[in-house]
Design a protein around this ligand. Structure first.
Ligand SMILES: [Zn+2]
Ligand SMILES: [Zn+2]
Length: 163
């Protein structure tokens, strides 16, 4: 079960939907290995080149970390330069002494995205969590008008469970 949060741009009203965690239909088998008919769901979650790297590691004996519910799924990342939140798929594949996780970059400035802290439970973008490791507030960027705003202050949030 994942959690969804809706925030509304204070300027244009455009909704930003943040879906975190992972649906219960998305078993580790389906995500990392796929089945007879379908490729691994990783293909939908990762940019293509990254997907190829992940599949190569799995083929070569890499093992995905599926030990707890937060070990893979949609998580909050942020750009340390733009201070804006992004949702990206997180997972870990371990092979010998190698540990692979996806590395994303900001589409605006190119900096590497950082995983937002305090996501142990994976699904609560509370006020505390809307800060980076250095304590600076993180914001949402409206995809329609470009306005950047602090989510808990947008005054209009709702929570949805998704499956
Ligand atoms: Zn950036
Ligand atoms: Zn807007």
């Amino acid at each position: 079960m994942g959690s969804g949060y809706v925030y509304h741009c204070p300027d244009c009203g455009e909704a930003t939907y943040i879906a975190l965690g992972i649906g219960s239909e998305y078993t580790p088998q389906k995500i990392f290995y796929g089945d007879d008919a379908d490729p691994p769901l990783l293909k939908d979650f990762l940019p293509y080149q990254m997907y190829c790297n992940a599949v190569r590691m799995l083929h070569d004996g890499g093992v995905p970390d599926t030990t707890h519910s937060g070990s893979y799924g949609q998580k909050l990342y942020y750009c340390p330069q733009c201070r804006t939140l992004k949702v990206r798929f997180f997972c870990t594949i371990v092979k010998d002494d190698q540990i692979w996780t996806p590395v994303y970059s900001c589409e605006l400035c190119g900096r590497s995205l950082v995983l937002a802290p305090n996501q142990e439970n994976g699904d609560d973008p509370s006020r505390d969590q809307m800060a980076g490791a250095d304590g600076d507030v993180l914001r949402i960027r409206c995809m329609k008008c470009g306005r950047v705003y602090f989510a808990p202050e947008s005054g209009c949030t709702s929570k949805i469970m998704w499956d």
